[in-house]
Design a protein around this ligand. Structure first.
Ligand SMILES: NC(=O)C[C@H](N)C(=O)O
Length: 492
């Protein structure tokens, strides 16, 4: 048995049947992290001491048959923009390089209550702004399957850690694709839930009308299980969290999907999409048909507006949210400032990286009195048009399918990743954020040189259950987690 390859469900049941102890699991995972994370660089902070202490306590409870909690003894990695009490939470920014929060995010509290063990905090693009994990102040994460490739971003550390066998599951966050795109690049399963499904309390805000926390796992069932545990209304702390109580995603996950109606927008396979990605998605279409679903081509004419709409809205919200980092209350404070204004300017100037500054500048401009109507209001109107497209399709169809990303993981030496050039690659993930609907990325193929390819399943608001059902059935025909066991990771 290789502990590093076990899924959440396998680990949970082996711990429950006392086949393995929580401390053995934690030991095996840290051993692997110590061996390979020097190359992959998924973690910003390891919480080894606390994890070992918690595991020892859980060993004792296991011996006494007091195994409470749906994640009893199962380790987790958390993206570094989700606050963890007394544990460094940096957002991969110099601005928060020394920030130790005094409270836990709701999702963290929930996982702790289920007796999951925190292994550490995972690298990301600075303040979640980026798609390659390169804008991190600390380090660039590498794709475990090919160290010359990006793991994607912004939750690149979370995706890499799950793919590399460092943790069986991780939490990421998705504002414009940040869970799904890295999941697709690293060959794992990643969910952007319905807006409001998961509490945002303790998620350091980037764009509040778009942000959602989502699970990253190796299997569809694991993903559904994690989402069940982190979702739900958070009356006290997040008024945008929904009171929708239908959070049972596992019951009926294996029912057949005969007659399910899937829509494939023709714009999702447009000219920007890599040939190998197109081929993998068309193969996936055939697999769905062999499961008894129908797949029809549809139109999403307003897809061409999503990138502009997203970057205007997200940057506007970011410029407001990031105003709180002023060098006074917490985080980075510049030295030798002569007066208050200079302290603000120097702290923000030195604390934020280029990409974050670019978005703050753009957002501030867009929201300024003279330009608000021209840009912000227009962007909101485009958001509505996209929403109308998606709603129209989902009235006639159960789910929308398509590629997660236009390309597989980029090779660092082939693509020059710079500034706004990479923005356009988010075109396929952004619609779900603008509309607020759930979207899951699952592996659907490999390129000739063994880079994973991901496919998205987009459902209507609060229809995660339907997505998981279709994805689970798909996984019975194509399970990359099993295939990858036979591959040698780039890091090995
Ligand atoms: N945060 C995200 O969801 C990623 C997106 N590429 C962005 O830079 O905004």
């Amino acid at each position: 048995m290789n502990i590093n390859e076990l899924t959440v469900e396998e680990l949970y049941s082996k711990i429950h049947s006392k086949e393995i102890k929580p401390s053995e699991v934690v030991g095996a995972l840290f051993e692997r992290i110590e061996k390979y994370d020097g190359n992959i660089k998924a973690f910003i902070t390891l919480t080894k001491e606390q994890a070992e202490k918690t595991a020892a306590e859980l060993d004792r409870l296991q011996a006494e048959d007091k195994m409470d909690g749906n994640m009893f003894g199962v380790p987790v990695g958390i993206k570094d923009n989700i606050v963890t009490k007394d544990i460094l939470t940096t957002c991969a920014s110099r601005m928060l390089h020394n920030f130790k929060p005094v409270y836990d995010a709701t999702v963290m509290t929930k996982l702790k209550n289920e007796n999951s063990i925190l292994m550490g905090k995972l690298n990301m693009d600075e303040f979640a702004m980026g798609s390659t994990s390169e804008t991190s102040y600390f380090q660039t994460t590498k794709n475990p399957w090919n160290l010359n490739c990006s793991p994607g971003g912004s939750s690149g550390g979370s995706a890499a850690a799950v793919a590399a066998g460092f943790v069986p599951y991780a939490l990421g966050t998705d504002t414009g694709g940040s869970v799904r795109q890295p999941a697709s690049f690293c060959g794992i399963v990643g969910m952007k839930p319905t807006y409001g499904r998961v509490s945002r309390f303790g998620l350091i805000a980037f764009a509040s009308s778009l942000d959602q926390v989502g699970p990253m796992t190796r299997t569809v069932r694991d993903n559904a299980k994690v989402l069940e545990l982190i979702s739900g209304e958070d009356k006290a702390n997040d008024m945008t969290s929904s009171n929708n109580q239908d959070t049972d995603f596992l019951t009926g996950i294996d029912k057949d999907i005969k007659g399910m109606k899937l829509a494939l927008p023709k714009e999702f396979l447009g000219s920007d999409v890599d040939d190998e990605v197109t081929a993998a998605v068309l193969k996936a279409k055939e697999r769905f048909e062999s499961l008894g679903a129908t797949v029809e081509e549809v139109e999403m004419p307003n897809l061409k507006y999503v990138v502009s709409s997203y970057y205007l809205i997200a940057s506007s919200e970011a410029s407001a949210n990031l105003a709180r980092f002023d060098g006074i209350r917490y985080g980075y404070r510049a030295e030798n400032a002569k007066n208050l204004e200079e302290l603000y300017k120097k702290s923000r100037g030195e604390g934020f990286g280029d990409e974050v500054k670019r978005r703050i500048l753009l957002g501030t401009y867009v929201l300024s009195a003279g330009h608000y109507d021209d840009y912000y209001v227009k962007a909101q109107k485009l958001r509505r048009l996209v929403s109308n497209d998606v709603q129209r399709i989902l009235t006639d169809y159960d789910l929308i399918i398509g590629p997660t990303s236009t390309t597989p993981a980029h090779k660092y030496d082939e693509v020059e990743i710079e500034g706004t050039k990479e923005y356009k690659n988010d075109i396929l993930t952004i619609p779900a954020n603008l509309v607020g609907v759930p979207s899951l990325s699952i592996p659907c193929g490999l390129t000739e040189d063994n880079r994973p390819i991901g496919m998205q399943l987009i459902g209507n608001h609060f229809e995660e259950r339907k997505i998981y059902n279709a994805a689970y059935q798909f996984e019975t025909l194509y399970n990359l987690h099993e295939e990858l066991k036979n591959l040698t990771m780039g890091a090995e």
